[in-house]
Design a protein around this ligand. Sequence first.
Ligand code: GLC
Length: 570
Amino acid sequence: MKTRWYKNAVVYQVYPFSFMDANNDGWGDIEGIISKLDYIRDLGATAIWFSPLYKSPDYDYGYDVSDYRAIDEKFGTMEDFDRLLKECHDRDLKVIMDMVLNHTSTEHPWFKEAVSSPDSPYRNHYIIRKGRHKDGKLLPPSNWESSFTGPAWERIEGSDDFYLHLFCREQADLNWENPDVRKEIIDILNFWLDKGVDGFRFDVFNMFSKVYPIRDGSRKESFQKGAQYFVDGPRMHEFLKELNDKSFSRYDCFTVGESYRPSEEAAREYVREENGELDAIFNFGHLESDNIGGMKFFPKPFDLLRFKQGFFDPQRAAYRGGWNTLVLENHDNPRCVNRFSIDVKKYRYEAATMLAAVMYMGFGTPFIYMGQEAGLTNCDFLNMDELMDPVSHFVYDLMTASHMPKKMAFRFIRYGARDHSRVPMAWDDSANGGFNQGHKPWQCVNPLYKEINVKKDMADERSVYRFYQKLLRIRKDYEAAVFGETQEYDHENRKIIAYSRTWQDRQLFVCANFSRRPVQYRLPEIVKEYRILLNNYDTFDDDGTSGGKGSAVKLKPYQAVVLETGCTGA
Ligand code: GLC
């Protein structure tokens, strides 16, 4: 029976490499995670999504899986995982596993078998095609580009064959057309569900189905050549329905898919309850509001209208019959307080809390990335050697090969690098920010840890963590915050974001100043009498005309308030 528990859930994302290193070997581990479960629960989270814990050679830090049924040694053992699962459940925390099924590691036994001989039955587990001969040269089977730059095909040594990899060359795309592959995948999902996990986050799921026969793409159709042939492919819905039928529908679990620029129509279809595919997907449209076309490394001044569109559209699309997710950060994005043209030095607390209030009062399940709840900031990397993510290097190399000055290229990389959120958690001001007992971590620590860390935040009068606690409490106490319909106001306002959530006869109203200057704002008519549920400043400057109705309010820099309308009181 599906209880759809995820609708009331709050998910906390743990990136295991950098969360907590209990055995002091420089890598985060399961033991470390267990030691912090109370912290996660006390925040108000009710579920944890673990970025991959599986065995992996780590070319893409866990997103290149070489054994889907084994825990990587650096994190612990399967017994440790079983204990983690139990410890989570003992605290009423659900467990969501990351499932990376668009591709496997090239060190996965299937791939090794596949390339061992042209007759191997495992050959058909992957997308392998003959190269094209042109002017005496051997070219890849198509001009498709990897999401991580460069060609999406790699030659198999000693042959004219190539395999497809839409990400690193160490991540070979699986051939979902092959029913044996789908059967293996369903077995893997059921293996984890039988263990008792409560759901999955599917990595880049809407690339599972490709258009065949394979043909060249064009830049006109999409920035990444070939994308029109591998995003939202023709069999996507069929594949998801099969997984649902043979796996998820048999368990009380939650499935959320990380989509890669889905079309609006596909996005709606993926999450409609009656379709029996996924429960929700991630939408990142709002995170394109401070960069050029979603390219993280190319900043542009923040555009609140773009943010609003990316934030409200998926809520509207999923309301009635579907579900949504709410995201500010993850392991693929820089810290939110360093984005959106925010002056982080001056307004870190105000911006961290404003962003949280705006985002998590919306319609959908909140996802909070580790450290975000304490307002942790980007890392002031000194040079490229400090960046561990291969993508930072691929893009830097591409920029410098196209004659961009190195300094400028580094500035761009530092703006959008995934590395910012992947440095060890800053728990306190002891060595390595309390991540471990002093062993050099796999990735440099953020030198700001002495100033900005969880312990200090929690002790501060203006604590981001405590603000999150209060905010998440509202989701527990008010059904309108979970189920209410979202109505946006004053869309054209470039400084203020405002919306209501209405459920039965209850209504919440959220408004926030997204700028560093005080802004006057006239509350919409629907906000008659109200009660302040949450405010990231001590005061709310309402001119008081007619008890709030149509009042002109003055919002301080990055001020956010959550009001319950239709009632009075403090
Ligand atoms: C997803 C993951 C990212 C990974 C990529 C390839 O976008 O979130 O970290 O690099 O897929 O698996």
